[in-house]
Design a protein around this ligand. Sequence first.
Ligand code: DAH
Length: 334
Amino acid sequence: MAFTDQIDPIKDAALQALQAADSLAGLDDVRVQYLGTNGQFTGLLKQMGSLSKEERPAAGKAVNQAKIALTETLNRRREELELAEAAPKHATDFTAPGRRRPLGKKHPLSQVTEAIVRSFRKIGFAVADGPEIETEHYCFDALNTPADHPARDTQDTFFLNTNERPLLRTHTSSVQIRVMEKTPPPVRIIVPGRVYRRDTADATHNPTFHQIEGLYVDKNVTVGDLKGTVEFVFKELLGKEVKLRFRPHYFSYTEPSLEIDFSSPLVRKMGKEWLEIAGCGMVHPRVFENVGYDPEQWSGWAFGFGIERIAMIRYGINDIRLFYENDKRFLEQF
Ligand code: DAH
């Protein structure tokens, strides 16, 4: 058979096989079979060298044209199969819910704060707010804290370096004064907020953390109301097995003053029986006088507790610094 007569049959067979390939892998097999080093079409090219000078130009032209046709078909077919293999295997279900990228989550401290606020709202408390940069009046003086009290020491409090000596509030109790100055009794508020102390950060301390303050002022308010309220909220927050214990303590703005210890299976998991969780007491008559309330007519209680402490118990976290590092591996667990 003349050389040029061999070209068309191989080309046609190759074109047919390329067209029939129904996967990228199958297509590649066909490519190797015809165009690979030992392929049938490559074999034709190899024979070119043995052709006579007269035959060569026509044969070369025919082989080149065939090769162009094969390469074009191979490339087109490859694109078609790539598209087909990338497409979904099933028809699109337009009624399926859209796929969303995750929007992120609330920080665990925000989640705990919201849970606490929700509980207090159920029993009629409103949320109040106050500034983090405070004056000595609201943070200490009006709360009956004496001028030589250690909490006012520059070792413990961040004072801002100006003439008026403003400071970063060391507790949310300052907001008790701000609210009572503006509002006639009765008062029923909680105050979640950030506070600052000159502490070195370790597993249980940080120079800034969060508190929730509570204040209830009405006629004939008792320590019994205080205990019942705190117990209700903690049981909602940390489970029915919660036990509370009230111990005598000292705060300048309450008399009597108490500290609340907390016990539950969650605390036992942390290897302890009781944890200090809050300070509280009956509002001191001098505090009422400082805001213009008549202590003969009004009585009240107040408390303050740390939000981090509660979140650590709730989630079994043993290092307060984890709350501030913004490590996604930590935050995504809540
Ligand atoms: N302010 C106190 C603290 O930061 C907590 C506290 C104790 C708040 C007794 C109160 C209270 O309202 O009555 O440690």
